[in-house]
Design a protein around this ligand. Structure first.
Ligand code: NAG
Ligand code: NAG
Ligand code: NAG
Ligand code: NAG
Length: 300
């Protein structure tokens, strides 16, 4: 009898342990600190991932299983130190096995489990494709080496044209870093996501990984230096941008500048108020999308 009791306690304890671990995929509850006022964006539907690396939560991603790419990643910005890390690309074991460890893992050098391949984008999807691996949450916006390394997970990555990734989009990430580093006085929350094509979507490798038409980003810094230069007077507490990921897209959302260097032409980024971004998101997703709690309007 005592043995049975002990066994029952053991099994209960064990399943409790599993369900605690399993919370990294399917629920933002363990990583709400990645969001302004612990409030994940509303309106987009997908699989929440609390991105855990070396037993710490690093950021949050809303993942699309059918697209095998993220809808958005959300993170707390930190002034960067050091260089971009040289690191292995990683995957999320819980997308294939809900009971697996919640930490992201490096892709193995040899054989990759077929259930992992089915559940998410893998390195082979990007190798020899015409697209680079575009971070939504960039390593540039983090301080510690491990925080930076944790952004190198393919659940944080979309197929991005090099003309965007190495051109105007990278310039945006650097501008945001400079602006926040100089004028934001408290925490900054950033959400970076994608806008899908309306039709004829390109995919990598036989409909495995969906390519986005645009990438968007918005930040929320409620506590900032009021003596802003004129060019930045609209940049606080919140600002946003949309970048082209297809040089052949029409120009209603983001116009093309002929001044841009040839290899980056057609991959322009348009900066805009948060409300304008949310208007375009509503238009494409056919539902109201709210990026920040009360449009980040409340000051602390
Ligand atoms: C990528 O392309 C190169 C050159 O065509 C080829 O040698 C290599 O095997 C390809 N790699 C993969 C993983 O398909
Ligand atoms: C990021 O911003 C900080 C603070 O403004 C600045 O010191 C640093 O050089 C910037 N880093 C990069 C890579 O631009
Ligand atoms: C705010 O910006 C002004 C002008 O750039 C600067 O002189 C001042 O030190 C800044 N204040 C804080 C608290 O950073
Ligand atoms: C853009 O359109 C041109 C002409 O149809 C085509 O040759 C080119 O491959 C397209 N570029 C991309 C990146 O799709």
């Amino acid at each position: 009898m005592a043995h049975h009791f002990a066994l029952a306690v053991f099994i209960l304890g064990f399943t409790g342990f599993w369900s605690m671990c399993a919370a990294d995929v399917g629920d933002f509850a363990p990583c709400l600190e990645s969001f302004y006022r612990s409030w994940p964006p509303k309106g987009l539907v997908g699989t929440p991932i609390c991105q855990r690396y070396q037993n710490q939560y690093r950021f949050a991603t809303l993942y699309s299983r059918p697209r095998r790419t993220p809808w958005f990643s959300a993170y707390l910005y930190a002034t960067p130190e050091g260089k971009r890390p040289h690191t292995f690309w990683k995957y999320e074991p819980q997308l294939a096995y809900p009971g697996a460890d919640g930490n992201m893992l490096s892709f193995p050098l040899g054989h990759l489990d077929q259930n992992v391949v089915e559940s998410q984008g893998v390195e082979l999807d990007y190798i020899n494709s015409t697209y680079s691996r575009g971070h939504l949450n960039p390593s540039l916006h983090h301080k510690s080496y491990t925080d930076r390394a944790s952004t190198f997970t393919l659940t944080n990555v979309v197929p991005q044209m090099a003309g965007s990734n190495d051109g105007p989009w990278e310039a945006l990430e650097q501008n945001v870093n400079k602006t926040l580093g100089t004028y934001c006085l408290g925490d900054t929350y950033i959400v970076t996501g994608i806008i899908p094509y309306q039709s004829d979507e390109p995919w990598l490798r036989n409909h495995r990984v969906a390519v986005p038409e645009y990438i968007w980003s918005a930040y929320c810094c409620p506590n900032y230096n009021n003596s802003l230069p004129k060019v930045l007077k609209d940049a606080f507490p919140t600002y946003a941008a949309i970048g082209r990921n297809d040089c052949n897209s029409t120009e209603e959302i983001v116009p093309v500048s002929q001044q841009t260097k040839k290899q980056f032409r057609g991959y322009d980024v348009r900066k805009m108020p948060l409300e304008t971004l949310e208007m375009y998101l509503k238009d494409r997703f056919k539902t109201v999308v709210s990026v920040f709690y009360e449009q980040c309007s409340q000051s602390n």
